[in-house]
Design a binder for this molecule. Structure first.
Ligand SMILES: CC(C)(COP(=O)(O)OP(=O)(O)OC[C@H]1O[C@@H](n2cnc3c(N)ncnc32)[C@H](O)[C@@H]1OP(=O)(O)O)[C@@H](O)C(=O)NCCC(=O)NCCS
Length: 232
């Protein structure tokens, strides 16, 4: 699924359960000691997805350990992102020469718990979401909104080390399956704070992805596609 919202040059791997064997390196297993079995399994399956991405990029399997702020430390010369939620685990990666920043997020497709949207959205964002909901009532806009902010944060944080709350971003979603996030840190942003992303909503899952092109040769923009699953 996730490949539908990624640009060329980004490799991905996903799983919908933890059935396949997903061995961990000792340093990774040590991180999961004392954690709940569900978390350990999701972590292991997502690591297996990440190592499939490494293999796609011609890299050997290595431990993927968390760095500052929890962001996974990818091998030198690569950028990547990991997500897991009920019924879904995924990793994406790309050469840093071609892609400067990557962030993905997965969420269950239902509406956000009551009261959450008011905590994470500004008045302007709430107004835009209300318009989208009026035009396309079957789409879980609030969940896509939440997921898109998390995807933008995952692309932003490894490059900046700056934590952002949900109110530190202004997010606009388009029914065409795209979004724009303007991040607003308290300090002058050390990188371009505008992120473009794409979203996909199916019956069970919402997926979002942010991929910023890096220093490689220019590539054609990815055409926006209407998410048929979401808008039907
Ligand atoms: C970090 C965060 C985005 C993770 O999202 P989530 O929906 O809770 O969980 P997901 O399963 O989708 O993602 C977890 C993975 O994100 C990655 N991750 C964690 N912290 C990260 C960070 N600071 N930067 C990039 N990736 C990070 C890790 O790989 C983690 O999986 P792992 O622990 O198995 O390695 C979220 O917990 C959080 O702290 N959000 C607050 C900040 C934010 O989103 N602000 C929005 C405004 S821009």
């Amino acid at each position: 699924m996730i490949e539908e919202i990624l640009p060329p040059g980004v490799t991905s791997s996903e799983a919908f359960d933890d059935a396949a064997p997903a061995p961990l390196f000792p340093a990774e297993a040590a991180l999961m000691e004392g954690r709940r079995e569900r978390r350990r399994r999701q972590f292991a399956t997502a690591r297996a997805c990440a190592r499939r991405c490494l293999a796609d990029l011609g890299r050997p399997p290595v431990p993927l350990l968390p760095g500052p702020g929890g962001a996974p430390k990818w091998p030198s010369g690569l950028v990547g992102s990991i997500t897991h939620c009920e019924g879904y685990r995924a990793a994406v990666a790309a050469p840093a020469s071609a892609v400067a920043a990557l962030g993905i997020d997965a969420e269950p497709a239902g509406p956000l718990p009551r009261g959450v949207l008011a905590l994470i959205a500004s008045e302007a964002e709430l107004a835009r979401l209300a318009s989208l909901t009026a035009a396309h009532p079957a789409v879980p806009w609030d969940r896509i909104f939440f997921s898109a902010k998390e995807a933008a944060y995952k692309a932003w944080y490894p490059a900046t080390g700056i934590w952002l709350g949900f109110r530190d971003a202004d997010l606009s979603l388009s029914p065409a399956g795209t979004f724009t996030a303007t991040l607003r840190p308290a300090v002058p942003p050390p990188v371009d704070p505008e992120y473009e992303g794409r979203w996909l909503a199916g019956p069970d899952l919402v997926l979002t992805a942010v991929a910023r092109e890096g220093g490689g040769p220019p590539r054609a923009p990815v055409p926006a596609t209407i998410s048929a699953a979401a808008l039907s």
